[in-house]
Design a protein around this ligand. Sequence first.
Ligand code: FAD
Length: 634
Amino acid sequence: MVEIERHDYDVIVIGAGGAGLRAAIETRMRGLRTAVVCKSLFGKAHTVMAEGGIAASMGNVNSRDDWQVHYRDTMRGGKFLNNWRMAELHAKEAPQRVWELETYGALFDRTGDGRISQRNFGGHEYPRLAHVGDRTGLELIRTLQQKIVSLQQDDYTEHGDYEARLRVFAECTVTELLLDSGRIAGAFGYWRENGRFIRLHAPVVVLATGGIGKSFKVTSNSWEYTGDGHALALRAGASLINMEFVQFHPTGMVYPPSVKGILVTESVRGDGGVLRDCEGRRFMFDYIPEVFKDSYADSEQEADRWYSDPDSNRRPPELLPRDEVARAINNEVKEGRGTPHGGVYLDVASRLSTEEIKRRLPSMHHQFRELADVDITAEKMEVGPTCHYVMGGVEVDPDTAASRVPGLFAAGEVAGGMHGSNRLGGNSLSDLLVFGRRAGLGAQEYLQQLGANRPEASQSDVDAAARRALAPFDAGESATAENAYTLHAELQQVMNDLVGIIRREDEIRSALELLADLKRRAGDLAVLEGNRQFNPGWHLALDMANMLLVSECVAKAAVRRTESRGGHTRDDHPEMDPTWRRTLLTCSWRQDEIEVTDQEQTPIREDLLGLFELEELRKYFTEDELAGLRDGSP
Ligand code: FAD
């Protein structure tokens, strides 16, 4: 029998990005013994890569901003498919979470009178993103880590042990959740460095594993985003919602090929940058959709005036929500007006002074100089859409972040619902803090109800998890042995080409056939070289099952939703259909197959509906739904 180390906790948080760390801070502050497990180095999560900022209606730059305006923007951005309660909690609590970060030691950029500065971003009516240059995520993670360290120092003072109540297991990958009669009992995984197995026992698991971008070929996401949390939740019996909605950020680098997909922050446009076709034309004026016509400028003059006088002018169309801008760029390239490398131009050089660019966008300046030999203070950037974020995720209770599985919670990008069909920039960092904290509170409440009646994972389940993790070593001798790198490249190509930014039924159906074949071949995945000591080939072989499962969810939900909305564009069903707004698609795991079912949306609470004009609601709701609402304001 293989040797497996064992640890016991109250709560296991899987993921050390913003959501995981905020959840862990909450559980530890409430006295719960907490383990944080992350497959990357501590401090290296997607959160650290976040550039533009964190959205919160503090009203520092425009005092008209408040939670109601933020709520409206979020619902519009998500095309009213959002879980309205999550959007409400998020808009109300985001400012408190940002101020709280300051008390933990975060240093944001300031306004002239010393308040936290806030910048413009797509889809946000007022300047709303608190930021630290274009390195906001770095400051957020640094601050949360500092808070963790200070809690550990408290524990040392009290117990003589820094890790008495909070320990970080870094470079440790969880491969399975352990259950006892359908309730969470712990997690099983391996240390990446030496391949040794580890079992963590606890009645609560908080998933905070981030997204799924590595299933697509062109992506801003790094190696960790293999949909592990999504797959772990499915296999444990939880459901995923909104998996058809994948966000393609409009501006990723397109050249040189080695850096294709790396993000070019939306702050470039928020701070004045504009998109141009190969002849220098600002093409976004041609792409303002009907639902946004009243709020966006229809001439360059008005758009440019908006930067200095936002109250009397409408916003530039470069700041439409991401799904609209990504589709517009895609169309420009398709119609032959793109750049030599298949993107469009993003021009900040002719809009801001060299000094301003270096001050506001230091990372972008550095990134283009180092990776593409382009000086963005003098030349235009070439950009195109890149897979960036998944709106779909674990279906959770909005107030507690609890999933359907007792003891399983989810927060951050791995959770679904908050952003509806499309996330606004900046709304992820605030989501992590609001719902990371709520997951911590939910965990405490669950533990209180559980009392001494704690579930216990069986030895046979642990042994089975170990056998499954070792299976790729046994397959090495087989004549049908498959290489994980080959399979991964094939999967990324399929998802990019057939379930990407623009979709059609026949293409998604071919993708489903190809995915079924890849899944069959994944049964023969083999470690062809090396042993359990740091072996990326083995790690990828284990990640493949997760990527295949979430890709199946995306494709199956995408073929079923016969409309276009947010991050789901169907060429064969180009319109948004109000009857679909009432329907959420739910994915469950049934005997190794994904089953997609329709689920009716809970009607939006009346006082929240009352925040919108009836005329606006007509663009999204069916006549039946509106029938109950009186003329004028609902
Ligand atoms: P992450 O920060 O990704 O953390 C996931 C954690 O889970 C990691 O620690 C990882 O190691 C761990 N993990 C995963 N699987 C396992 C496993 N099997 N076992 C153990 N550990 C595991 N959003 C904004 O709001 N504003 C921005 O300006 C912004 N800029 C962005 C820029 C870039 C380049 C990118 C890629 C994203 C950006 N986003 C932005 C989105 C935002 O950063 C992410 O959505 C968010 O950080 C996700 O946080 P998280 O806590 O959910 O997950």
